[in-house]
Design a protein around this ligand. Structure first.
Ligand SMILES: C[S@@+](CC[C@H](N)C(=O)[O-])C[C@H]1O[C@@H](n2cnc3c(N)ncnc32)[C@H](O)[C@@H]1O
Length: 241
């Protein structure tokens, strides 16, 4: 087991344990640490510069995204293909993938991105503003998915989403979130959902469920984990037929 999973274990040690220790010792969250680096080292107003500075931070210090450049490219190509008007992201973190999406939106389109931790949501909002994105193009919502999703229609005035990026967990949450979005009628024919990190063990039930459901057309994008060429990862796209 150790030889099979040692890379994941090392990654866990760096990303979780050391990060947790730094936060305990300094009182500064890992998202805030990444934001301070971006403030000092990026060209303000340029989304590409904020993304590449975040990549630099994640490579050199600690990873604050489950997307990164390779998956960011997949996400970007889906957004460019769909030209969605109403977009939802579940799980904002420090705003990496939110910036990836928002910088490509057509005029009049908007990203709604949900983050459960209020401090992290504030950092993401600041990060997106530093990237030159405007409040007319995005809204960071604070709340936990199971409670927030049923409030989206009255809160946001959105009937359905054209594109949804499921990115708050590593699989098990994807199915719950998908079912909730369906129950609340926030998806319609033609809506596209992209689920992040679907190779984690918890995502097996999600993949099985969507791939065997005739209501969806699914495609799998193999890739590697952010900044880890040797760790396989993947994203699943579902189009509602
Ligand atoms: C892995 S990060 C997302 C990173 C993001 N995709 C990116 O690359 O920039 C997951 C985020 O989801 C948030 N989250 C976890 N559970 C949530 C929930 N139930 N509702 C809303 N956000 C949640 C976490 O606080 C965390 O910031």
């Amino acid at each position: 087991l150790v030889s099979r999973y040692h890379r994941r274990l090392i990654r866990f040690y760096h990303q979780r344990f050391l990060s947790w220790l730094r936060t305990r010792l300094t009182g500064i969250s890992r998202e805030e640490r990444a934001f301070r680096y971006v403030l000092m080292n990026s060209t303000h107003g340029k989304a590409e510069s904020v993304l590449s500075t975040l990549d630099e931070w994640c490579c050199k210090f600690e990873c604050v995204t489950n997307t990164g450049p390779e998956k960011g490219q997949i996400l970007s190509s889906v957004v460019q293909r769909l030209t969605p008007v109403s977009v939802l992201q579940l799980g904002t973190c420090c705003g990496y993938s939110a910036i990836c999406i928002t910088r490509l939106l057509i005029p009049g389109a908007k990203l709604y991105t949900l983050e459960q931790d209020p401090q992290t949501a504030d950092v993401a909002e600041e990060m997106m503003l530093v990237a030159g994105l405007k409040h007319t193009q995005f809204q960071v919502i604070t709340g936990s998915a199971p409670e927030a999703i049923p409030r989206f229609k009255p809160l946001l005035g959105v009937e359905t989403f054209d594109f949804v990026f499921l990115s708050r967990g590593q699989g098990a949450d994807h199915l719950r979130d998908l079912r909730l979005l369906e129950n609340e009628r926030l998806l319609c024919k033609g809506s596209v959902i992209l689920a992040n990190s679907v190779t984690h063990p918890g995502a097996a039930a999600f993949l099985h469920s969507v791939r065997s459901d005739p209501r969806y057309l699914t495609s799998f994008y193999p890739c590697s984990a952010p900044y880890e060429k040797d760790i396989p990862d993947g994203m699943e796209e579902l189009a509602i037929l």
